[in-house]
Design a protein around this ligand. Structure first.
Ligand SMILES: Nc1ncnc2c1ncn2[C@@H]1O[C@H](COP(=O)(O)OP(=O)(O)OP(=O)(O)O)[C@@H](O)[C@H]1O
Ligand SMILES: [Mg+2]
Length: 249
């Protein structure tokens, strides 16, 4: 299964969610490939790259042999195709959104789960990630929440479903949620009652806020090693099970 995390807005929890869902899958003994499609390379920083070979996501999109772009990450059961600043130079234009889909075809069967992190903009990188995916997870949070932004990503996904009918919208993932915040509780209700009911897009889950996720990313360790009993570890494990159907035991 290929899962893309996308939302054309900064800081909504795309990279954190990609990393921790990868870690949840690895914890469940899945073989995982993480692809960092963001020129900021934050996913690559969070998972670590265990060697200094040349392969990266830019070469992958430019048609180099896919298997040569794969590295071991610093974490068990997770391989990574690292990001690169050069990703920002990938040209758009007709057919350009199919590069990743074609590139991942020979390697995706080697993995139980492939996860793709994307930059905070709608554009050729996000479209490639949607065209290559079976599932889309849309992370959002209370900071600068905009319903318009959500309508845009849903429209883009529905557009891409015409050329990639396998793509399903797994749903909205509310990250950095503070159960003690009235603002968060209100927004949660609004998203479910207005947005999800209105569009038919599922509400996927809620990830509570905890510094443990920042610590794990900083130290390049799995959240399931660093703080297996923290709120976010449990929340992300539920999301992983919900999206993939793996039993949460
Ligand atoms: N559950 C959480 N608890 C606490 N902090 C969190 C949580 N989830 C994410 N964060 C923090 O929120 C910030 C933004 O998260 P993240 O980098 O994952 O967002 P992003 O959507 O990938 O951002 P960008 O659009 O820049 O790529 C980070 O500092 C991250 O550590
Ligand atoms: Mg990011």
């Amino acid at each position: 299964m290929i899962i893309t995390l996308a939302m054309q807005k900064g800081g909504t929890g795309k990279t954190t969610s990609t990393a921790v869902i990868a870690q949840a899958a690895a914890r469940r003994k899945c073989k995982v490939l993480a692809i960092d499609l963001d020129p900021q390379q934050n996913l690559t920083s969070a998972l670590g790259v265990a060697d200094d070979g040349p392969g990266d996501a830019y070469n992958l999109l430019m048609g180099a042999r896919a298997a040569d772009q794969i590295h071991k990450s610093n974490q068990a059961n997770i391989d990574i195709i690292p990001g690169s600043a050069a990703l920002s130079t990938i040209p758009g234009g007709p057919g350009s959104a199919r590069r990743l889909q074609e590139a991942t075809r020979p390697i995706s069967a080697l993995y139980d789960v492939v996860l793709i992190d994307t930059p905070p903009t709608a554009g050729v990188l996000q479209y490639n990630a949607l065209q290559a995916a079976d599932r889309l997870i849309i992370p959002i949070n209370a900071d600068g929440y905009s319903a318009d932004g959500l309508y845009t990503i849903i429209d883009n996904a529905r557009q891409i479903q015409k050329s990639n009918p396998a793509l399903k919208i797994a749903g909205i993932l509310y990250t950095r949620y503070d159960p003690n915040s009235e603002y968060d509780r209100q927004l949660f209700r609004e998203i479910i009652n207005t947005f999800c009911r209105g569009t038919g897009v599922p509400y996927l889950g809620t990830i509570r806020t905890t510094d443990k996720v920042k610590e794990a990313a900083r130290d390049q360790v799995s959240l399931y090693t660093h703080a297996p009993r923290c709120t976010a570890a449990a929340d992300y494990m539920d999301v992983f099970s919900e999206v993939t159907g793996y039993k949460n035991t």
